[in-house]
Design a binder for this molecule. Structure first.
Ligand code: AMP
Ligand code: MN
Ligand code: MN
Ligand code: MN
Length: 283
C-alpha cells in the first residue's frame, strides 16, 4: 500500500500578485488545480491579503488550502525568509509582524531608491510605489522598472548590478531578528518553516548553527525542496531535517511563468518516507 501522503501533490510555497507573483490568488489556485495539486498554500511576502480570495477559490474547487505567509527576517546580519503555515487569520502576533514588515518595506524602498540615485539612476521610488499598488513593494518592482526603462537587460542583471544583497550592503539590518519573530510566533499551533535554506550565503557548518538557533527559538520545519533545488541539496536538507528534528516542507516558490522549469506543484523530488512531513498532522 502506498503511504497516505505519497499520492498527494503538495505545494506549500507560492506567490501571487499580492507580493511579487504574476497571478491573482484566484488564478493561482486555478493553476494549482490544473496541475493536480491537492494541498496548497499561498505564501506571499509579508502579507496575508491574498488568503481570503485564495481560500474562497480553493473551496470552490474542493482543494485543501493552508494559510501561509513568507516573512522577511534576519540572522547574524543575513536576510532570511521563513514560511509560516496553518495559522488563524486573526492571530494577533502574526498580524503584528506582517504589519511591521510592511512598514519596513516602504521605508526600505525609499532607501533603495536613494542608493540607486547615488549610482546615477533616476529616482524610481514613486513609480515603484505605483507599480506595486496594493501589493507588497519589493526589489522585484525596482528590477522591473530598470528593465522596462532599458537601464538593464533583464531582471537577473538588475539584481546582479544593483539590487542583490551585496549591492545593497548599506541596507543591512532592516528586517526583524529571526529570534524575535520565532519567539513571538512559536507555541501557537502554526508551522514555522525555514525557507530555501540553500539559497543563503552559508557554509554547511554555519547552516547547522542557524538550524540549532531556529529549533531553539521555536522553529518547527525546514523546506527540503524549493523549486528547482539540486538533488544533492535536497538530500542534505532531508538529513538536516532529521538531525534537528524539523518537519520537512516543500514548495515550488512559484512566482509566475518566468522560466521553463517553473510550475505550481513542481519541485525536486524528496524522499517522503525518510522525513517527517509538515502536513502529516494536518491531513
Ligand atoms: P524583497 O522581498 O524585496 O527582498 O525581494 C526579494 C525577491 O526578489 C525574492 O523573493 C525573489 O522573488 C526576487 N529575487 C531575488 N533575487 C533575484 C534574482 N537574482 N533574479 C530575479 N528575482 C530575484
Ligand atoms: Mn519573491
Ligand atoms: Mn524567499
Ligand atoms: Mn518565496
Amino acid at each position: 500500500m502506498p503511504e497516505a501522503a505519497s499520492y498527494r501533490k503538495v505545494d506549500l510555497h507560492t506567490h501571487s500578485i499580492r507580493s511579487d507573483g504574476r497571478f491573482s490568488p484566484t488564478e493561482l489556485v486555478d493553476l494549482a488545480v490544473e496541475q493536480q495539486v491537492t494541498l496548497f498554500a499561498l505564501t506571499d511576502h509579508d502579507t496575508i491579503d491574498g488568503l481570503a480570495e485564495a481560500r474562497q477559490r480553493a473551496d470552490h474547487h474542493g482543494l485543501d488550502f493552508i494559510n501561509g505567509v513568507e516573512l522577511s527576517t534576519q540572522w547574524q546580519g543575513i536576510p532570511l525568509h521563513m514560511v509560516a503555515l496553518n495559522f488563524a487569520m486573526d492571530n494577533v502576533a502574526l498580524r503584528n509582524i506582517v504589519e511591521q514588515n510592511q512598514a519596513i518595506r516602504l521605508d526600505r524602498a525609499r532607501r533603495i531608491a536613494d542608493l540607486l540615485v547615488k549610482q546615477g539612476l533616476p529616482d524610481l521610488f514613486d513609480e515603484a510605489v505605483a507599480l506595486a499598488g496594493e501589493s507588497q513593494l519589493g526589489r522585484p518592482h525596482f528590477a522591473h522598472l530598470l528593465v522596462v526603462k532599458g537601464l538593464v537587460k533583464d531582471t537577473n542583471k538588475a539584481f546582479d548590478r544593483y539590487l542583490g544583497n551585496k549591492k545593497l550592503g548599506q541596507l543591512r539590518d532592516v528586517w526583524p531578528e529571526l529570534e524575535d519573530v520565532l519567539t513571538a510566533l512559536s507555541g501557537q499551533g502554526m508551522t514555522l518553516v525555514l525557507a530555501h535554506p540553500k539559497r543563503y550565503p552559508l557554509t554547511v557548518t554555519k547552516l547547522k548553527r542557524l538550524l540549532g538557533d531556529f529549533k531553539k527559538w521555536g522553529g518547527t520545519g525546514l523546506e527540503v525542496a524549493s523549486g528547482n533545488e539540486r538533488p544533492d541539496h535536497v538530500r542534505l536538507l532531508e538529513r538536516l531535517s532529521q538531525e534537528f528534528e524539523l518537519e520537512a516542507s516543500v514548495g515550488s516558490d512559484y512566482h509566475g511563468p518566468f522560466g521553463p522549469w517553473m510550475q505550481v506543484g513542481k519541485f525536486t523530488q524528496i524522499h517522503e518516507s525518510e522525513v517527517d512531513l509538515v502536513w502529516r498532522s494536518w491531513v
